[in-house]
Design a protein around this ligand. Structure first.
Ligand SMILES: [Zn+2]
Length: 154
């Protein structure tokens, strides 16, 4: 058996990334209006958040924008207890959320409770938990203009 070599490699590249018209409109709406926009396919009526310029289901071009409620239902979640370089500060939760009126899962953070407390995690991260967006105070046109989603109490 050949020896398996491992090399240490480091990349640190600064660059600009053009987001395109669909993602730009979505992020500007988060930043300026605290509004979540999706796109809706006229052919099959699927609503996408984040918005898509083409339907992943029937491949039609999409140009219909839909304002979506900042509330939804938790489908799955995971809590990360250890940070990694370039990532969020642990602990944090990444979840798949179906926003009301959409047909896709929106991946975002869920928080607003003690992620180090197993009882709170168990109580707040159940499939079907209703959640609402918490907006960042200083919005910069990024996905983190929604700081996180928090469970809706009551
Ligand atoms: Zn479609």
């Amino acid at each position: 058996m050949a020896e398996a070599l491992v090399h240490d490699i480091s990349w640190n590249i600064d660059y600009k990334f053009h987001l395109g018209s669909t993602w730009s409109r979505f992020l500007v709406s988060l930043r300026d209006d605290k509004t979540i926009l999706g796109t809706t396919c006229k052919a099959c009526e699927r609503t996408y958040v984040p918005p898509q310029a083409y339907c992943e289901s029937c491949y039609e071009s999409i140009d219909t924008w839909t304002e979506v409620a900042p509330t939804g239902t938790l489908h799955t979640a995971t809590v990360t207890m250890k940070s990694f370089e370039g990532g969020p500060t642990a602990p944090y939760c990444v979840a798949a959320i179906r926003l009301d009126g959409t047909d896709t899962l929106f991946i975002h953070h869920v928080g607003g409770f003690d992620l180090t407390n197993p009882q709170e995690v168990d109580a707040n991260l159940r499939m079907g938990t209703r959640v609402e967006a918490v907006w960042a105070e200083n919005r910069r046109g990024t996905i983190l203009d929604i700081a996180y989603f928090r469970p809706i109490v009551g």
